[in-house]
Design a protein around this ligand. Structure first.
Ligand code: HMG
Ligand code: MG
Length: 307
């Protein structure tokens, strides 16, 4: 296994979007900015800032325009992105000045309807009205497939269904498909089988893993992905997060846990772990509750005491 590990991995930070969309108490704009600036200071250079979804559906992210307009001009060298569900969302993202967006759908019909009020087929038709104009406007487009490992409403989801959707999203010219374990049910052998199916026809660089850590298996699943050639992992500071329309969804894999493991294995991420732990403290103060990440709770890497 060891000789197959990469020297470098890209961490895609989703906490401002996936984390804050699920907070019961609204986080003020100023707090979001402080948290995101701490993430940038730690060296994260791909950050999903917010969503241009309906503010009625996700009121926590209703300040998307203001957040993007404040941060984009300040942060050279950082790629900011946001979720876009439809043409209205694209218009808003373009007006606010984003250069990258992400579209999203689920591999299970019930979650897709609960999350977006549409069938999967209708979501794909909607993306055909979003992705080409976004690409013509010079935007990069990422895509998510949720419930790949299992659906909170339907249970097991056939891998063939997710693969078919990934094909459609890549054909639409999304640069990467992030596979979502939305409610954190995946286990390593399942992950290996699932990824082997994807990798038989899709190059590893066009896939990312988006593992929620509901049952503590996210890091183990990412390790399987790493071994199979995946180089892009989504994570969220302190383990913040969850989908408000997926009952039982807890936070994503904590960014500190991912970076700690990668750093310990000699894999470069461009992220400074000490500053990342500091960003976790900022995030904790901003949301006003204790965060579940393991490295966050341990206070960072172990320090050897002298004397
Ligand atoms: P809808 O109610 O069916 O929308 O919602 P509609 O097209 O019928 O329009 C109704 C009203 O909403 C209209 O306004 C539209 O203008 C407005 P009215 O005429 O009534 O005043 N509207 C919008 N306003 C602002 N921005 C927009 C927008 N679109 C319509 N973009 C919709 C359909 C898709 C909009 C809604 O269901 C929605 O916003 N869903 C998003 C839910 C969400 O954000 N979920 C969490 C993110 S997904 C996730 O967490 C999973 C992921 O992390 C991966 C994983 O973990 O697996 C990505
Ligand atoms: Mg998610």
């Amino acid at each position: 296994m060891l000789e197959r590990l990469p020297s470098q991995v890209s961490v895609y930070e989703v906490s401002p979007r996936d984390g804050l969309q699920n907070e019961a108490a609204p986080v003020p704009l100023e707090g979001k900015i402080r948290m995101i600036e701490a993430l940038v200071a730690a060296g994260l250079d791909r950050i999903e800032l917010t969503s241009f979804v309906s503010p009625r559906w996700v009121p926590q992210l209703a300040d998307a325009e203001e957040l993007v307009r404040t941060l984009v001009p300040k942060s050279e060298g950082v790629t900011f992105s946001a979720l876009v569900p439809n043409a209205t969302g694209l218009e808003r993202a373009l007006r606010a000045g984003l250069r990258e967006i992400a579209v999203f759908l689920s591999a299970s019909e019930t979650h897709n309807r609960k999350n977006t009020n549409k069938s999967i087929e209708r979501s794909l038709e909607t993306f055909a009205e979003v992705v080409p104009p976004a690409r013509q406007a010079g935007l990069e487009v990422r895509a998510y497939i949720s419930t790949v490992w299992g659906c909170p409403y339907e249970g097991a989801v056939p891998v063939a269904r997710s693969l078919e959707l990934a094909r459609a999203l890549l054909e639409l010219d999304c640069y990467q498909v992030s596979l979502g374990d939305t409610v954190g049910v995946g286990t390593p052998l399942q992950t290996r089988r699932l990824l082997e199916t994807f990798l038989a026809e899709i190059p590893a660089e066009r896939l990312a893993l988006h593992c929620h850590d509901t049952r503590g298996t996210a890091l183990a699943n990412c390790l399987v992905g790493l071994e199979l050639g995946i180089r892009d992992f989504d994570a969220s500071i302190g383990g913040l997060g969850g989908c408000p329309y997926a009952p039982g969804a807890a936070g994503n894999l904590a960014t500190e846990d991912l970076v700690y493991m990668l750093q310990g294995m000699g894999i470069e991420t461009g992220v400074d772990l000490d500053l990342l732990v500091e960003a976790g403290r900022v995030a904790e103060r901003v949301v006003g509750r204790a965060l579940p990440g393991k490295v966050h709770q341990a206070g960072g890497a172990m320090r050897v005491r002298s004397g």
